[in-house]
Design a binder for this molecule. Structure first.
Ligand code: SF4
Length: 425
């Protein structure tokens, strides 16, 4: 049965949204450990989960042969699940052993999973108890990466929200800027250089690269979200008095300009100075996007709900690369954080939130876009049906933010189209 689709209205900021609840095809929040453990270099992620969780981490993150790993799984065995063992005692033993062997760990995250939630293991209490025991040496926090009703980028959101609750209070009267979201170091350095050239200081990043460098927060903190999936982190920062600067997300020449501009306006930076500082990067970005534009312009694209990057990426592809979004699906639509993005999506784009995978595939097969951005599990079957696909998770792992990555971002979408053309020939 074809679902009744809501009518579209001009512009997408007020467009109706097709809300679906059904079977979903996404990774769970444990996936975030793969990029977070590389970012915070003296942190360790201890998943309290099952063998399934261990396998997911092992196969997704690979085995580190040359370095000590910075993530592991404390396996909940069947007797734990049956309530025959005291999981808290076992967890304490595992953590004690780990920290005795690895004094380099300064920040330990106990990461909850579906099994730990099912047996109602209280990791908040466990983290508080273990923090007292290891005070002065290792900070211990917890968050949930469970796949029950969550999607994979929520793992980072939950992790950063846990960090925010623990940030030191900023007691100064001077305004400061915080960039929020785990970015590759090279991209973070580019942004820090641009803010320094603009004359904005101090600028902090969350998460910092080391546990003892985490930024202070207070009523004078202004923050820019670097990722669109940090709803809970933003709320926690606002609870601590910080103010979010509203902007497009820093994808492409226009998104990056708007993002930097929001900070420049907030810090009273002269408009001419702002334009002078960003002009070279902005021009480089536009030229780089131009290389892929021929391949992308006029092509129809559908995003299946996966990474929560869908709306800003569709905006980038529509406004800067000339693509035509057919359906933009996202696991959760955070209207407040995405208002500017939605306003720039072409009228007629179907917005959907959540997933009922069979119904979504029916719509996809009817629309047959040139390119479908989807999860790994759906990509191969769709390719077999003659649809060209792009893995959504690749967009989370690749450096795609900022002026100097704008060309690579466009190229990530052009490459599967080029491959399709070559195969057809
Ligand atoms: Fe599977 Fe849940 Fe473990 Fe994720 S947290 S690997 S969804 S059991």
């Amino acid at each position: 049965m074809t679902p009744a689709l809501p009518a579209t209205t001009p512009g997408c900021d007020a467009a109706p949204v097709l809300r679906e609840r059904g079977q979903r095809e996404v990774f769970c929040g444990l996936t975030g450990i793969i990029w977070l453990h590389r970012k915070v270099q003296d942190a360790f992620f201890l998943v309290v989960g099952s063998r399934t969780c261990a396998h997911l981490l092992q196969s997704a993150a690979g085995v580190m042969i040359f370095a000590e790993p910075r993530f592991a799984t404390a396996i909940i065995e069947e007797r734990d699940l049956a309530g025959m063992a005291d999981c808290n005692e076992e967890l304490d033993r595992v953590v004690d052993r780990l920290l005795a062997r690895r004094p380099d760990i300064k920040l330990l995250f106990l990461v909850g999973s579906c099994p730990s939630e099912v047996i109602k293991l209280d990791l908040t209490r466990a983290a508080a108890r273990l923090s007292v025991k290891h005070a002065g040496v290792t900070k211990i926090l917890n968050y949930s990466g469970s796949g029950i009703e969550t999607t994979f980028t929520e793992g980072e959101d939950a992790c950063l929200a846990a960090l925010v609750a623990d940030l030191p209070a900023d007691t100064t009267d001077a305004p400061s800027l915080m960039i929020v979201g785990a970015l590759p170091d090279v991209v973070e350095d580019q942004f820090l250089r641009l803010f320094a050239d603009l004359g904005i200081a101090p600028v902090h990043v969350l998460p910092a690269r080391r546990a003892d460098d985490m930024p202070p927060v207070g009523p004078h903190t202004r923050f820019l979200l670097a990722q669109p999936f940090l709803g809970e982190t933003a709320r926690t920062l606002e609870d601590r008095g910080a103010r979010r600067l509203d902007a497009l997300f820093p994808f492409g020449a226009e998104g990056t300009t708007d993002w930097l501009h929001a900070a420049a306006r907030s810090f009273g930076i002269d408009e001419m100075h702002f334009r002078r500082v960003i002009a070279p990067g902005r021009e480089r970005a536009k030229r780089a996007i131009e290389h892929s534009r021929d391949r992308l312009a006029g092509k129809r694209i559908t995003f299946l709900p996966d990474s929560q990057l869908e709306v800003p990426l569709a905006r980038f592809l529509a406004t800067e690369a000339g693509m035509i979004p057919v359906e933009v699906g996202t696991p959760y639509l955070h209207r407040r954080h995405l208002a500017g993005e939605l306003a720039l999506l072409p009228a007629g784009t179907l917005l959907s939130e959540g997933q009922d995978v069979d119904r979504q595939l029916d719509r996809l097969r009817a629309a047959r876009p040139d390119l479908t951005v989807c999860g790994l599990g759906l990509a191969n079957p769709l390719e077999a049906e003659g649809l060209t696909t792009k893995w959504a998770i690749e967009l989370v792992f690749s450096p795609i933010h900022g002026f100097d990555q704008a060309g690579d971002l466009a190229e990530l979408f052009a490459r599967p189209l080029r491959r399709r053309d070559v195969l057809r020939v």
